[in-house]
Design a protein around this ligand. Structure first.
Ligand SMILES: [Zn+2]
Length: 280
């Protein structure tokens, strides 16, 4: 793959008071619990409440597939805790991402964390071990794709465009496998990672809801940055967004619109993830 870059300088993220409290509660988790504040479900789509669990009910992992799990703040390998079903889904997502995009196998997956101890305030799928904050995929010390919008947003235009294209291909593959995905468009908390959980989609691939601000924003990001269809980022499934998405589907050989069913939604996401191969 062309256009790889070196690792950026370590950035220490400020922690909210609540995260600091959580760190105090869950010191055994070490760094894995830090930096995930603001990942509680906040969509306007109803989702079931997370069933929060203790770490002892989860499995600890230091790898995903063949890639080491690296904590983004310390830049060190660490153990992260997952619900077994969710961990399996993450592995299947990574295989599918590579197949769709043609990316080489990463040897590191960088993250801001998975499970954390929700304590009495438990309200996040992180507390259930069914959420993950992905920050970058790295191979041979070079970033393949980065969710660190806080870093690449300031790059010069051509380089920023390359990073942005890869970001949205990554986001498309994540949106295919998980219904609840939060990108940098959602709020500033997600400027340094993409949040994913299976709270809404469970064991299945995702479905699309026109009422999901996070999904509609992402569609609008993909239309702008992968498909060169300028639409306003509104989070509303407006006529311009629906029309542009229908046009992309038609271009890629699928009839209908995104609100017609899962076939159109998944075809759009697969085509979007694969699109960058042809562009770069
Ligand atoms: Zn999160």
């Amino acid at each position: 793959m062309a256009c790889l870059v070196g690792l950026p300088t370590l950035v220490i993220m400020p922690l909210s008071r609540r995260s600091l409290l959580r760190l105090g509660v869950g010191t055994a988790t070490g760094l894995a619990a830090a930096g995930v504040a603001g990942c509680a479900p906040g969509t306007d789509e109803p989702t079931p409440d997370p069933t929060c669990v203790s770490r002892s009910s989860l499995s600890g992992h230091r790898s995903l597939g063949d890639a080491d799990l690296i904590y983004d703040i310390s830049q060190n390998r660490n153990t992260f805790w997952f619900d077994d079903g969710f961990y399996g889904q993450l592995g299947r997502w990574l295989d599918d991402y590579r197949e769709l995009t043609g990316a080489a196998k990463p040897d590191q997956v960088w993250t801001y964390g998975s499970w954390l101890d929700g304590g009495p305030d438990c309200d996040s799928w992180h507390d259930a071990g069914r959420a993950f904050d992905l920050s970058r995929l790295v191979r041979n010390g070079e970033v393949q794709v980065s969710a660190r919008y806080d870093i690449w947003k300031d790059y010069a235009e051509d380089r920023r465009r390359r990073f942005r294209t890869r970001y949205w291909a990554l986001a498309a593959s994540l949106h295919l496998h998980f219904a609840y995905v939060l990108t940098y468009l959602y709020n500033p908390t997600h400027h340094n990672h993409i949040h994913i959980d299976n709270g809404r989609s469970g064991e299945q691939l995702s479905t699309f809801s026109t009422r999901s601000t996070a999904q509609v924003q992402a569609v609008q990001g993909m239309l702008n940055h992968i498909w060169d269809r300028p639409v306003e980022i509104t989070g509303d499934f407006d006529r311009a967004t629906a029309k542009a998405a229908r046009s992309v589907l038609e271009q890629t050989g699928t009839d209908g619109g995104l609100d017609d069913g899962v076939d159109q939604w998944r075809a759009f996401l697969r085509a979007t993830a694969a699109r960058r191969i042809k562009r770069h």
